[in-house]
Design a protein around this ligand. Structure first.
Ligand code: SAM
Length: 326
């Protein structure tokens, strides 16, 4: 429970460090300081920005703990150089959050009108493919640093035919192929093209199709030993999610397994799941479904023996079996 004004003030000013970090990233502060410590005047000249306000921003970033002051020069910390400097992959996550911060500033519209403020993903692919790809690259980073080790699940590896449904750029597909499975990734055609580039040489097959326009997700019915549905259910309403899971069931052989990897609205810690739920309503019109709803959706799509894989919160990974088989 919040029971003092300073905690509340910390929460409502949370936009400030976020804006300082995303702005510094966008202006190129971390890239330049990631190469070498630099005096503020030289940095302002290189970035073509106001010296005094840049100095204020740099001081804030020292306070936040991403930069250090070394005499007259500012320097990136070892973490900042590695993760936000040139080639640092957390830059992708920072850029993604900068886009979403704009959408969250319209949360009142979302709550009032009951619909997201972001364009549907399918039209984002047409209107802003660069931003869409950058978003998927950020998801790839997040899956690698915080995703569950699905490639260690016995039912997915080794030697299994596994369908990665809405596999994005193929983080899990690649890990599963490395663990010895025969993986087919299916996604929208444009994303499938990007995934093919990323997955070259891994042996992963890639199929470009709209999952809702094919009865068994772009592969022959019953052709897969297992299917992974990772971070896709939360983009969908309950009804659409059940519809998708039915198509996934058709792709799997009787006795085969579905694995759903998601965040549930009632996953902790703290408000994590609840805020993730709000995020889905802002961005996609889906929802972070509760754990009970994830289970009931799997049952509604015709899966049985539904179990939660015992990963720690906030991971919500469920498996279900297509009835039939031996
Ligand atoms: C949030 S991303 C998750 C990517 C990846 N599975 C992961 O766990 O990081 C959702 C993915 O599903 C794909 N997708 C969503 N709806 C789809 C549809 N109707 N047909 C094909 N792909 C779809 C998106 O293009 C995107 O790559």
């Amino acid at each position: 429970m919040i029971d003092n004004d300073w905690e509340l003030i910390d929460l409502v000013t949370g936009y400030q460090p976020a804006a300082a970090i995303t702005t510094a990233h966008r202006l190129g502060v971390f890239s330049v300081l990631g190469r070498a410590p630099t005096p503020v005047g030289d940095l302002a000249a290189e970035l073509e920005v106001d010296r005094s306000n840049l100095a204020a921003l740099l001081e804030a970033l020292v306070g936040i703990g991403l930069l250090e002051r070394d005499g007259a020069r500012y320097a990136a910390t070892p973490y900042t150089v590695d993760r936000l400097g040139p080639g640092g992959e957390m830059g992708l996550v920072v850029a993604k959050e900068a886009v979403f911060a704009g959408a969250w500033s319209r949360l009142d519209e979302v709550v009032t009108a009951g619909r997201p403020v972001m364009e549907p993903w399918r039209s984002q692919l047409d209107t802003n493919p660069e931003q869409a790809r950058a978003f998927l690259e950020a998801l790839d980073v997040l899956a690698r640093i915080g995703g569950p080790p699905l490639h260690e699940l016995d039912d997915l590896t080794p030697g299994k035919q596994v369908l990665d449904v809405g596999g994005g750029l193929g983080t899990y597909a690649c890990l599963l192929a490395e663990a010895g499975s025969y993986v087919t990734l299916v996604d929208y055609p444009l994303v499938a093209g990007w995934a093919s580039e990323e997955l070259e040489g891994t042996g992963v097959e890639v199929v470009g199709v709209d999952l809702f326009e094919h009865p068994s997700c772009g592969v022959p019915p019953g052709s897969m030993d297992a299917a992974l549905v990772s971070h896709l259910i939360h983009d969908l309403t309950e009804e659409r999610a059940v519809g998708l899971l039915r198509r996934v069931r058709s792709a799997i052989t009787p006795g085969g397994l579905v694995v759903v990897n998601d965040f549930a609205g009632d996953s902790g810690p703290g408000a994590f799941g609840a805020l993730f739920d709000v995020m889905m309503r802002v961005e996609t019109g889906g929802a972070a479904h509760s754990r009970a709803t994830l289970e009931s959706m799997l049952a509604g799509a015709g899966f049985e023996r539904i179990r939660r894989v015992p990963y720690d919160d906030p991971l919500a990974v469920y498996t279900g079996v297509r009835p039939g088989g031996g």
